[in-house]
Ligand binder design. Structure first.
Ligand SMILES: Nc1ncnc2c1ncn2[C@@H]1O[C@H](COP(=O)(O)OP(=O)(O)OP(=O)(O)O)[C@@H](O)[C@H]1O
Ligand SMILES: [Mg+2]
Length: 363
């Protein structure tokens, strides 16, 4: 059953159309992450779901109920923003219980809910501290606690971790995923950080310029990107894109470009045989380059001119050239290896991607 559903939702600010037409169905209990570059319409979409922003046209359903015209209060949702704006004069318990007290809930119920949320968020020892005496991560947890105590049907998060440092962000990611497991609520989480999306989401919704580019599990969007935008957005470092031509060399299908000739993998044979496209873009993920041919996979040799080799502990990060085109490669050569030099490298051709150069769609 859909927990949150957007049907033909469009949004304009004055004469500026920000979201042309959006259709999205998020399952009940699902953790959906909306990801995309700055300005693509993520926050606007979230604000329309919670009712802070009216839709220009289309409808929004939450748990089978048409809430398109309903006030935020009447939608049974809780929202956590990037700026957590806690009340400085209230302690943690006071901040967390504020909405419940305002709603006139009985004292025992308030205490029970606050204690439960504090336990989930490991804030029990801090209930009587003021926000100024908490770390950034603890304050962020209080902001989440404030929404958890309300026990809403659906939780919406707009970049709640972007104020935190890298280490805290990664531990909060784990805590949020855990929280989702424990609460079993529908959650919609917005971020521009693809790592956050990949690590937390049941399903990722990738947006660009107000339009959904692809919806899928982290594995689906990584292994089968629908188009060049998704391929370049998901994965770190980003996929390399190289201009190339599809050719039939006496019955063998190959893709050729400046400094490389790669066989078409079995996975793409059918598509390449059926297409009329010849001008294409080849997509090579940095992590599918190898320094040695160990005989596994379908490795093809490529000559890389290495400009810089960066040591990152587990592997080396190469900024290189393939012919005239710049590429990056991450090769695992063990912690003690010397910086890698220009020369022969290998690419697992099972993992290569092809895109129509004109439309950007995957073949
Ligand atoms: N009140 C407004 N009036 C006019 N334009 C707006 C308004 N709010 C947002 N926009 C525009 O709508 C577009 C989408 O904005 P939105 O805030 O949804 O982007 P976003 O994906 O959340 O970006 P970010 O990652 O930077 O937060 C932007 O081009 C923005 O300038
Ligand atoms: Mg935003």
């Amino acid at each position: 059953m859909p927990g949150v559903e957007l049907i033909d939702v469009a949004k304009s600010f004055g004469s500026t159309e920000v979201i042309p037409k959006l259709n999205l169905s998020i399952d009940e209990g699902e953790f959906a992450v909306i990801v995309g570059p700055s300005g693509c319409g993520k926050s606007t979409t979230l604000r329309m779901i919670c009712g802070l922003e009216p839709v220009t046209s289309g409808s929004i359903f939450i748990k089978d109920r048409n809430v398109t015209k309903a006030a935020p209060k009447a939608r049974d949702i809780a929202m956590v923003f990037q700026s957590y704006a806690l009340y400085p004069h209230m302690d943690v318990a006071g901040n967390m219980s504020f909405a419940l007290r305002l709603a006139g809930r009985p004292k025992e119920e308030i205490k029970r809910r606050v204690d439960h949320a504090a336990q989930l968020l490991e804030l029990t020892d801090y209930l009587h501290r003021k926000p100024r005496d908490l770390s950034g991560g603890q304050r962020q947890r209080v902001a989440m606690g404030r929404s958890i105590v309300r026990d809403a049907y659906c939780f919406l998060f707009d970049e709640p971790l972007s104020n935190l440092d890298a280490k805290l962000r990664s531990s909060m990611r784990t805590e949020l995923a855990l929280l989702h497991k424990q609460l079993e609520r529908t959650m919609v989480y917005v971020t521009h950080d693809q790592i956050e999306a990949m690590t937390m989401a049941d399903r990722i919704v990738i947006m660009d310029q107000g339009e959904i580019q692809q919806v899928g599990t982290p594995r689906e969007v990584y292994t089968s990107p629908r188009n060049r935008f998704v391929a370049g957005f998901i994965g770190s470092p980003s996929m390399n894109f190289l201009d190339a031509q599809l050719q039939d060399e006496r019955g063998e299908l190959v893709v050729r470009g400046d400094g490389f000739r790669l066989p078409i993998p079995d996975r793409l044979q059918q598509q390449v045989q059926n297409t009329t496209v010849t001008e294409c873009t080849v997509g090579l993920r940095p992590e599918h380059f190898f320094a040695r041919n160990d005989g596994s996979g379908n490795l093809a040799a490529l000559k890389l001119n290495v400009d810089v080799a960066e040591y990152i502990g587990s592997s080396q990060f190469l900024a290189a050239h393939l012919g005239e085109q710049a590429v990056t490669a991450t090769v695992d050569v063990g912690p003690d290896a010397e910086p890698m030099q220009s020369g022969e490298y290998y690419f697992d051709t099972n993992r290569l991607y092809l895109f129509d150069r004109r439309t950007g769609m995957a073949l």
